[in-house]
Write a protein that binds this ligand. Structure first.
Ligand SMILES: *Cc1c(COP(=O)(O)O)cnc(C)c1O
Length: 487
């Protein structure tokens, strides 16, 4: 085996040298490329017909195939004009950290396996707890994403607030804008849809705290056991932030766990300018915060934070006999005691590399830039006839709709706006998706990529306007033809 490995290693060295150059170049020139490279039918057929071979193939060949067929044919969420979903803000520093981490492959489950990596994770968790305003008792861990962060926190909430008998009458509150991962997580940990009460949002898409209060009172009167409220700090649709201080006060009054889903928006804590928007988050019991969204990290980098670390240990500490030798002491709490994973990659190291090299101030500037780009787009559309702002720029997210001259029905406008999203995305210039707000299909832009320029925004809005104009002409043409036919 070993002789073969040595031969392979030499090839790996050469190919990786080549790859590093390619990857850095690609990242630097993304803006000159189409956002989305859809794989052709031919490529998909090629991949589909490739079996798992009994005898291995040439590394050079497989490497080239994978570069060409797999890696090249993706939607580049890190493209400066990718405005759909939550785009990636990845820095090459994070990629470099990923490469270093996977090369050394530390088992980041406990102190003994990788003491300094363990310390880095603890330091970052403490630093993030400080940003959130959590006390010394706070803690948490790195997980793969906001969905798992939510799941982990919700498990702690359940075990902190409910006895086994209480579980069947338990109620948890979310808003109509809460991310779908929350309901998914609640289902995984045993709650039915009927136990998840949806609180309507107000005109600004924020949870209506007076309706929350009346629901809690109503449910208690029915003999139910309210136990948690999921507030959002930066909803995925509009970037709205729920009234955290009011929700915190209700949670205190009724002894409920307050979880803040800040997967997208918690990064705003890093900006002097925007952190006030999250005031009240310091009163929560737990929160989710994705570093792979607005902290320039490649995927698989998120944290769950709790006000009291023992609440995670209560739910997740296991102490099996085969891990006794790796425990620092009988009482020690290791990362494997704080969440569902045992074996886990050292997800914090790439963030450490990025923060050490760029400094925390730069992260704040990235937030401010993202917000400014959405505000710029909003300004361009407010001054244009035929466009309506549905939700103003909030934490780098803008929702708007083409409404033409106001004479078209809502379903016609739904159709047109869907088509505008499709057209700009198919053009390859920018990627924009629609979302549904108050029953209307609207265009949504999330402009958080630090590489996005004002020119990118102006040209994107310009393209949308041009597509919309063509639409109206078609429409006029269609009506003309229809009236001709009638005659
Ligand atoms: C993205 C997002 C999630 C899910 O996070 P993943 O990292 O995609 O698992 C949860 N909540 C909010 C508000 C989000 O924006």
């Amino acid at each position: 085996m070993r002789a073969k490995t040595q031969m392979l290693n030499e090839q790996i060295r050469l190919l990786m040298n080549d790859f590093t150059g390619q990857a850095v170049n690609l990242h630097g020139q993304l803006g000159t490329q189409p956002v989305c490279h859809a794989a052709s039918q031919e490529v998909l057929r090629r991949v589909a017909s490739q079996p798992i071979p009994a005898d291995g193939r040439s590394l050079q060949v497989v490497y080239s195939e994978m570069l060409q067929d797999i890696y090249s044919n993706i939607s580049f969420a890190q493209h400066p004009r990718s405005f759909s979903c939550v785009p990636s803000t990845m820095s090459l520093l994070s990629w470099m950290g990923d490469v270093m981490t996977s090369a050394y492959n530390p088992h980041a489950s406990c102190q003994m396996n990788a003491p300094a990596a363990d310390l880095v994770e603890k330091k970052l968790i403490r630093w993030m707890c400080d940003q959130a305003g959590y006390p010394e008792s706070g803690g948490g861990l790195f997980v793969s994403g906001g969905s798992i962060a939510n799941l982990t926190a919700l498990t702690a909430a359940r075990d902190a607030k409910l006895s086994a008998e209480d579980r069947s009458r338990a109620i948890v509150y979310v808003s109509d804008q809460t991310h779908s991962s929350v309901a998914k997580g609640l289902h995984i940990i045993g709650f039915t849809s009927e136990q998840i009460h949806l609180i309507p949002t107000d005109r600004a898409f924020c949870m209506d705290s007076s309706l929350l209060r009346s629901s809690i009172i109503h449910d208690i009167a029915l003999g139910k056991k309210p136990f948690a409220v999921i507030a959002s700090a930066g909803t995925t649709n509009t970037g709205s932030v729920d009234p955290l201080p009011e929700i915190a006060a209700l949670c205190r009054e009724y002894d409920l766990w307050m979880h803040v889903d800040g997967a997208f928006g918690a990064s705003a804590l890093l900006s002097e300018h925007y952190r006030d928007k999250l005031a009240g988050i310091e009163c929560s019991d737990s929160m989710s915060w994705d570093a792979h969204k607005w902290m320039m990290q490649t995927y698989g980098c998120s944290v769950v934070l709790v006000r009291d670390q023992s609440s995670l240990a209560r739910s997740f500490a296991a102490h099996p006999e085969y891990l006794k030798d790796a425990e620092a002491s009988a009482e020690s709490i290791e990362f494997w005691d704080l969440g569902p994973e045992l074996t886990r990659p050292a997800r914090s190291l790439k963030l450490w590399l990025s923060l050490q090299v760029l400094g925390s101030k730069e992260f704040g500037e990235v937030i401010e830039h993202g917000c400014a780009m959405a505000e710029l787009a909003e300004g361009l559309l407010r001054n244009a006839a035929g466009w309506e702002i549905i939700s103003p720029a909030q934490l780098g997210i803008l929702n708007f709709r083409y409404v033409a001259n106001g004479s078209l029905s809502s379903s016609e406008l739904d159709h047109i706006n869907q088509d505008l999203a499709r057209k700009i995305t198919e053009s390859g210039f920018a990627q924009i998706f629609t979302t549904q707000l108050r029953g209307k299909k609207v265009l949504r832009m999330c402009t958080i990529n630090p590489e996005t320029t004002a020119q990118d925004i102006c040209e994107t809005i310009g393209h949308l306007k041009a597509f919309a104009t063509v639409h109206v002409d078609w429409n006029a043409l269609g009506q003309l033809q229809a009236s001709h036919k009638r005659r």
